[in-house]
Design a binder for this molecule. Structure first.
Ligand code: DC
Length: 235
């Protein structure tokens, strides 16, 4: 089955399985995959290391702007590898560090800052120019690529999301506590959907996928059917 060179936007709340779906699509239909949250996470790690956000989530916005845009600014970027994109701060691959609970607990406040969103959007648009791209996040179909030819909004039941995040952290050798995972998800849901600039919401032309009770195979069957219908593909 031949899919045209399009942009596929996948949005939804944390831990609904957006990145799993995006990776499945990327490998099944040879798309480049980009996890937009990784860049917000990299900015968060950077802010933490520079002491520009405190434990009560007070952000030194002026300091962060100067550090990100000044002459000494680090190069925050994605590099593509067969396993998916890798996130770098300068020469440092931070792909693992940006997935810790320390970063997860401060990334949503950082993502509310308007110039941070503009900074990340520039990087996402640059990546989008590669053409055949599947990107997941919170505002990909509504703000970053409002003209994306296919938009999917992923949902899953809360307990399923928490268990997935818990298992993912365990698999990475971390030691998660279920109550903390649930609290973090609830906090991020609230902040992500209530911020002023481009809050998380379902695009009007998005197709909704509830994958609470689906396995990978069922998800791919669902997407394949969607693509065939959407682009009038016969087989
Ligand atoms: O997908 P994730 O959990 O790695 O995303 C981390 C945070 O980044 C999320 O809580 C909100 C923010 N984010 C965003 O505001 N817009 C995006 N397109 C992607 C992520």
């Amino acid at each position: 089955m031949t899919i045209p060179d399009i942009i596929i936007a996948i949005d939804g709340y944390s831990s609904t399985g957006k990145s799993t779906l995006a990776k499945l699509i990327a490998s099944e239909f040879s798309f480049l995959y980009l996890d937009s949250g990784a860049m917000y996470r990299a900015v968060t790690l950077f802010a933490q290391e520079r002491g520009l956000i405190d434990s009560a989530n007070n952000i030194d916005e002026k300091g962060l702007k100067a550090a990100l845009e000044g002459p000494e600014a680090p190069d925050l970027r994605f590099e593509y590898s067969p396993e998916g994109s890798q996130t770098f701060i300068g020469e440092r691959n931070v792909e693992k560090e940006i997935r810790t609970m320390a970063v997860s607990s401060q990334v949503s406040p950082i993502a509310t800052v308007p110039f941070v969103r503009a900074f990340v959007d520039d990087k996402l648009h640059e990546f989008g120019r590669k053409g055949r791209v599947v990107m997941d996040g919170r505002d990909i179909g509504t703000a970053v690529f409002p003209d994306a030819q296919l938009k999917i909004f992923v949902v899953a039941r809360d307990e399923v999301r928490a268990q997935r995040r818990f298992d993912e952290m365990k698999a990475k050798g971390q030691d998660p506590v279920m109550e903390e995972v649930m609290k973090n998800l609830a906090e991020r849901d609230y902040i992500d959907s209530h911020r002023e600039v481009n809050p998380l919401r379902q695009a009007e032309d998005a197709f909704v996928l509830d994958n609470s009770d689906m396995n990978f195979h069922e998800e791919i069957v669902w997407v394949t059917g969607l693509l065939m219908g959407r682009f009038d593909i016969r087989s």
